[in-house]
Design a protein around this ligand. Structure first.
Ligand SMILES: [Zn+2]
Ligand SMILES: [Zn+2]
Length: 130
């Protein structure tokens, strides 16, 4: 599985690299959408929801089925997406996206860290004054 993927940009065969498949020529990366969400959730330490925004651009072929991909934005990163197979990242785009991951946290999982911290703080004061 995943052996006959080809680069949407250079048409070169992609090499498997962990959860991504990389093009050695243009350094782009192909990531299945579930794998992408897993990578981002691990990075954010919470659930994330990806706010895809449609973009008008020249479509590229899917690495897997060769159908035209949707051109989309995720945060400020411009990507190509085949809904069935995955997402294409040009060189450095995956790194850029990982830097923006905090934006994609779901509202239900807003980090209660501040709350926890103030609680600890109050407890600490309680013990200190006792
Ligand atoms: Zn390539
Ligand atoms: Zn596809």
């Amino acid at each position: 599985m995943g052996n006959d993927l080809s680069c949407p940009v250079c048409d070169a065969p992609l090499q498997e690299a962990g959860t991504t498949s990389r093009c050695l020529l243009c350094e782009g990366a192909w990531v299945a959408e579930e794998a992408l969400v897993a990578i981002l959730e691990q990075r954010a330490s919470t659930l994330v929801e990806l706010p895809w925004e449609a973009r008008q651009d020249k479509p590229r072929p899917c690495a897997e089925c060769k159908a035209e991909m949707q051109t989309v934005n995720l945060g400020s990163v411009a990507l190509d997406r085949c809904e069935q197979h995955g997402v294409w990242f040009d060189m450095n785009e995956l790194t850029q996206l990982l830097k923006q991951v905090k934006r994609f946290k779901t509202a239900d999982h807003v980090e209660p860290e501040e709350h926890r911290e103030s609680l600890l703080h109050r407890l600490a004061k309680l013990f200190a004054s006792g």
